[in-house]
Design a binder for this molecule. Structure first.
Ligand SMILES: [Cu+2]
Length: 116
């Protein structure tokens, strides 16, 4: 009985580790997270740790006043998504990502970049 329980516990912990790994988190981005760049980028791209559901995943970019400066055209391709930007001037911009992995688990996060 004890042995059965420990085997069960082992199986359960593997299942939890498996589902945790299936969540989509930010791996890296372009412009890089927290970076200061000189040339205004034409788009923001994020590379996630899992493949995404295109219909439910999105990227938005806001200026310091909270005005959305992307073109609302998020494209999802496997584990990456990208959104086009309007012409940006110098300043700090706030990127907000919402991701739904193919296992339907939802994650979200934010990061900034600055144009000098
Ligand atoms: Cu998941």
């Amino acid at each position: 009985m004890n042995k059965t329980h420990s085997i069960l516990a082992l199986i359960i912990s593997f299942v939890f580790v498996g589902s945790a790994e299936a969540h989509a988190f930010l791996d890296h981005a372009e412009p890089k997270v927290g970076s200061t760049i000189h040339d205004p980028p034409s788009q923001v791209t994020v590379w996630m740790t899992e493949n995404l559901e295109g219909a439910f995943s999105s990227l938005q970019v806001f200026d310091v006043k909270g005005v959305e400066v992307d073109k609302k055209d998020t494209r999802v391709n496997g584990a990456t998504m990208a959104v086009s930007l309007k012409k940006l001037s110098a300043g700090t911009y706030h990127v907000s990502w919402q991701a739904v992995a193919t296992d339907t688990h939802r994650t979200s996060g934010t990061f900034d970049f600055t144009i000098q």
